[in-house]
Design a protein around this ligand. Structure first.
Ligand code: HEM
Length: 232
C-alpha cells in the first residue's frame, strides 16, 4: 500500500495531473488541502485512513452476511418470507434473471432489512466503540475525567431489557413499530458525528446479496446441532 500511495503521489506531482478527487480513494486523500493550499494529511494518516476503510467497509458486511446465511439455513420461516419477497420483486418489476436491481426494488425489501437489523442487534459486527471525554462528565455515581477514553459496548446496550424487550429473542417484527428507537439505543452503526458513513452502502450490499442468494440457491446447515442458539 505504501508503494501504491507513493507511486500515485509521484505521478500526481510529476505529471502535474489535474486531481480528480472522485477518481479513487488515495487520489482523493492526497488531494485534500487546507485553506492555504498546504497538504492536510501526512502519509501515515493517509495509510491509516485506507486501512480503516478496508476493514470497516469489508469485514463488517461480510460478518453480517455470514450470520444471515447461517440464520436462513436454520430458520425456514424467515427463509421462506425472504424468498417470497424476492419472488414478488421479480414478478412485480418483470425482471430477467440477471437484470440489475434498482434502488426502488431495494426500498421494498423492508422485511429483509428488518431481519438484518435484528441480526446486527444480536450479533453486532462492531461490538464496541471509543470516545474521548472532552470535559469532566458526571455519569450516575461516576466522574469520567477529561481526557479519559471511554469504551461503549454495543452488545451490552443491545441486550439491555429496559431498551429491547426480551433482548435474547430474535424478533425482526420489533422494528415494525412506528415509534423510532430511543437515540443511542440501537448502536450497530454507532451514533453521533462519527457514526458509520457506510450505512447506505452496507444496506445496499446486504439486500442485493440476500436477494441474489435466495433467488439462485437454497441451502441448509450440515450440522445436526447448532452450537450457538437464539431463543425464538
Ligand atoms: C454491516 C455493515 C457495517 C457496520 C455494522 C458498520 C459499523 C460501524 C461502526 C459501529 C462504526 C463506528 C461508529 C462510531 O464510533 O460511532 C463504523 C465506522 C466506520 N465505518 Fe462502518 N459499518 C458497516 C459498513 C461499512 C461500510 C460498507 C463502509 C464503507 C465502505 C464503512 C465505513 C466506515 C468508516 C470509514 C468508519 C469510520 C468513521 C469515522 O471514524 O468517522 N462501514 N462502522
Amino acid at each position: 500500500m505504501v508503494n501504491m500511495r507513493s507511486r500515485k503521489k509521484e505521478a500526481l506531482e510529476e505529471q502535474n495531473q489535474q486531481r480528480d478527487p472522485h477518481k479513487d480513494l488515495i487520489t482523493s486523500l492526497l488531494s485534500i488541502r487546507d485553506d492555504d493550499g498546504s497538504t492536510m494529511m501526512s502519509e501515515d494518516e493517509i495509510t491509516d485512513n485506507v486501512i480503516v476503510l478496508i476493514i470497516a467497509g469489508y469485514d463488517t458486511t461480510s460478518v453480517l452476511l455470514t450470520f444471515l446465511v447461517r440464520l436462513l439455513a436454520n430458520n425456514k420461516s424467515i427463509y421462506s418470507t425472504i424468498v417470497q419477497i424476492a419472488e414478488q420483486q421479480q414478478i412485480e418489476s418483470n425482471k430477467e434473471f440477471e437484470e440489475a436491481l434498482t434502488w426502488e426494488d431495494l426500498t421494498k425489501m423492508k422485511y429483509t432489512w428488518r431481519v438484518a437489523t435484528e441480526m446486527m442487534r444480536i450479533n453486532p459486527p462492531v461490538t464496541l466503540s471509543f470516545r474521548r471525554a472532552k470535559q469532566d462528565i458526571e455519569y450516575g455515581r461516576f466522574i469520567i475525567p477529561k481526557g479519559w477514553q471511554v469504551m461503549l459496548s454495543v452488545s451490552m446496550t443491545h441486550m439491555d431489557d429496559s431498551i429491547f424487550q426480551n433482548p435474547t429473542m430474535f424478533d425482526p417484527t420489533r422494528y415494525e413499530k412506528h415509534t423510532p428507537p430511543t437515540p443511542f439505543s440501537y448502536m450497530a452503526f454507532g451514533a453521533g458525528p462519527r457514526m458509520c458513513p457506510g450505512i447506505e452502502l452496507a444496506k445496499m450490499e446486504t439486500l442485493v446479496m440476500m436477494h441474489r442468494l435466495v433467488t439462485r440457491f437454497s441451502w441448509s446447515s450440515p450440522l445436526k446441532e447448532t452450537l450457538v442458539s437464539y431463543e425464538e
